[in-house]
Design a protein around this ligand. Structure first.
Ligand SMILES: [Zn+2]
Length: 372
């Protein structure tokens, strides 16, 4: 999800802030300091208002993080690894790798976040009551209780990929025993909610409530995109389920080149005539590294005639490798995480081939055309 600011790790999960959040943080703090807090406590001086506003915003984003950690905790306890937690403009997202194996697990993971939000709303509510005479504290605790409650209610809306939509998917899966039908229903609910939000947003704009209208359309549009992305990823997962790396690789003949080869030779004799983009650099059976056209572009063109491919390649020791017997889906996740378009496939110490993104897409297209 684009550029991120890292906040370190919690339970081994990398936590990051998307840059868009900084803008929201600034706008929110400003609206708290100059709007809500000023309205509640006009006697406060400017500095105090801004300090409280910043702290309140921090607590708000901490609440979102705790909500996501609620999902992550349940997921990890059920043996589902969590790749990353990202806070961004619309809240948070815990990137959960694998689909849950049973509707029960899916339901519990989906409930984990809302339970935390409910607890937070209740705690801030109690604090607000306890501090209602401590002017500014009462006001900001009240605001935090309210916003956590809103977060809870919004997430419970039954439109995939919101938590409520995930619960719906789990319920349909449980009652119909069909995961495929559950996905269809969940996606449909997601579309209805997304278009519903956009319609309400449009109505608000025409009735003069411009900012809220734009905001709702924006959220609806975001949900719509998320639903479509989830849908295609669910389709891909269904198509590729059970296929091993060994069955997918080798569709495109993987070229091997010796390490003494000059870059110019590689371009003239291998890349251009055969339309190849990726090459294993090997001396006899000893792997040295991997070189892609993108790597070559990093070397100044005037050096191509005499620089060997080793100058451009990624050394073997730095490459992530897979074995032929792992699931293709696992290998794809790995490639996504590492942001690479190919991984070498090794069996023990022997290099058996190269798995490329093109091959996976090719395989996927074949299977879809065959309707399997
Ligand atoms: Zn959630």
């Amino acid at each position: 999800m684009g550029a991120q600011i890292s906040l370190g790790r919690i339970w081994g999960i990398p936590v990051g802030l998307h840059w868009s959040l900084l803008l929201v943080f600034a706008l929110l703090t400003w609206s708290l300091a100059d709007g809500f807090l000023l309205g509640r406590n006009p006697e406060l001086d400017l500095t105090a208002r801004w300090v409280i506003a910043v702290l309140t915003s921090v607590f708000f984003f901490a609440s979102i993080l705790l909500h996501e950690l609620g999902h992550a905790w349940v997921a990890q306890r059920n043996g589902i690894p969590v790749n990353r937690i990202t806070l961004f403009i619309f809240g948070g997202a815990a990137e959960i790798d694998k689909q849950a194996k049973t509707p029960g697990v899916e339901f519990r993971v989906a409930v984990g976040g809302p339970v935390v939000s409910l607890a937070l709303a209740a705690s801030f509510g109690l604090l607000a009551v306890a501090t209602q005479n401590v002017a500014v504290l009462g006001a900001s605790f009240f605001w935090l209780a309210q916003i956590n409650l809103m977060l809870l209610l919004f997430n419970l809306v039954p439109g995939y990929p919101l938590d409520g939509g995930r619960m719906l998917r789990a319920a349909v899966w449980h009652f119909t025993k069909s995961e495929r039908r559950a996905t269809t229903v969940a996606m449909f609910s997601g579309q209805i909610v997304a278009f519903g939000l956009m319609a309400i947003g449009g109505y608000l704009i025409f009735s003069g409530n411009f900012i809220n209208g734009i905001w709702l359309i924006f959220i609806g549009w975001f949900l719509q995109n998320a639903t479509v992305a989830e849908q295609s990823s669910a389709t891909v997962q269904q198509q590729l389920a059970g296929i091993k790396v060994g069955q997918a690789m080798g569709m495109i003949k993987e070229p091997r080149v010796p390490s003494r080869l000059k870059i110019q030779q590689l371009v003239d004799d291998y890349a251009l005539p055969h339309g190849q983009r990726t090459f294993l650099v090997m001396d006899d059976e000893v792997p040295r590294g991997l070189v892609t056209l993108r790597n070559l572009a990093q070397v100044p063109r005037e050096r191509w005639a005499w620089a060997s491919v080793t100058e451009a390649m990624t050394p073997w020791s730095e490459l992530t490798k897979v074995t032929p017997d792992i699931d293709l889906i696992e290998a794809m996740k790995l490639m996504d995480d590492q942001r690479v378009g190919q991984v070498p496939v090794v069996d023990g110490t022997r290099v058996v081939g190269l798995l490329t993104r093109e091959e996976i897409i090719h395989l996927l297209r074949l299977r879809m055309e065959l309707g399997t």
